[in-house]
Design a protein around this ligand. Structure first.
Ligand SMILES: [Zn+2]
Length: 242
């Protein structure tokens, strides 16, 4: 066994001069580590001795902070979603995370609606981005055929459909009759999705919100007023990180 006989060094600390402080104070946080807060005009030569006296407390507090940090890293599921509910099609997905050392991320669908995300799962932003991409793919698979079937049943054809993750719009329709659909529609109730599609398809005839437009919507979807009202309050159904 090798004993480390070096004279014990003081823990690393930063000094912060506080206008309000009356005494020297030690503070440990996960972000800044050990801070020595001193009043202005404090004699800095006294600091090492005080830190030395408080060393037992500093070590204990440091251990506690490190345990907290470790917890955050080993339980990313507390900050990443473990479930996604596609209310529109009454489908829920369980998300599992596997930590790998590879720099590549993957999201693989498994039987029984399980989605396995693997990669450096401490990189929360990349994990969320990967999930958004997966949701966008699901949106394309589910929402485009849905739009087509509504288009056929109400006899209002469109040109092309694309799926995106717009911030403030559920969908939009261009003069060329191209419809852009928000994949966030997956998270809201089916009758509302149906209404959004009817609304946009009516824009292929009326590119505005005139009385003529609403009259057409009323023919295609008689309860449009209530649906339109509910739709305005339904953004809260979409998880905020998406
Ligand atoms: Zn509109």
């Amino acid at each position: 066994m090798i004993f480390d006989n070096r004279k014990q060094d003081l823990p690393r600390y930063t000094i912060r001069i506080s206008q309000k402080a009356k005494y020297l104070r030690l503070k440990i946080t996960a972000e800044s580590g050990l801070e020595v807060i001193v009043p202005k005009n404090y004699d800095h030569k006294r600091i090492p001795e005080i830190v030395r006296q408080k060393q037992a407390w500093v070590e204990k507090a440091t251990q506690k902070i490190q345990a907290q940090r470790q917890n955050l890293i080993s339980r990313p599921t507390e900050i990443l979603p473990t479930q996604l509910i596609f209310k529109s099609i009454d489908q829920s997905w369980q998300i599992e995370y596997i930590s790998t050392t590879s720099s590549k991320f993957s999201a693989i669908e498994q039987p029984h609606n399980r989605l396995v995300v693997s990669g450096d799962i401490t990189d929360l932003d990349s994990c969320r981005e990967l999930l958004r991409q997966w949701i966008a793919r699901k949106g394309k698979q589910i929402l485009i055929p849905w739009l087509k079937s509504v288009s056929q049943s109400i006899e209002l054809p469109f040109n092309q459909a694309t799926v995106r993750g717009q911030k403030t719009r559920w969908a939009s329709c261009s003069i060329a009759k191209d419809i852009s659909i928000n994949y966030k529609l997956l998270f809201i109730a089916a009758p509302l999705v149906h209404y959004v599609f009817v609304h946009e398809l009516c824009h292929t005839v009326q590119m505005n919100h005139s009385a003529k437009f609403w009259a057409l919507v009323g023919i295609k979807e008689p309860s449009y007023q209530e649906l339109d009202r509910t739709l305005r309050q339904t953004w809260q159904d979409v998880p905020s990180w998406i």
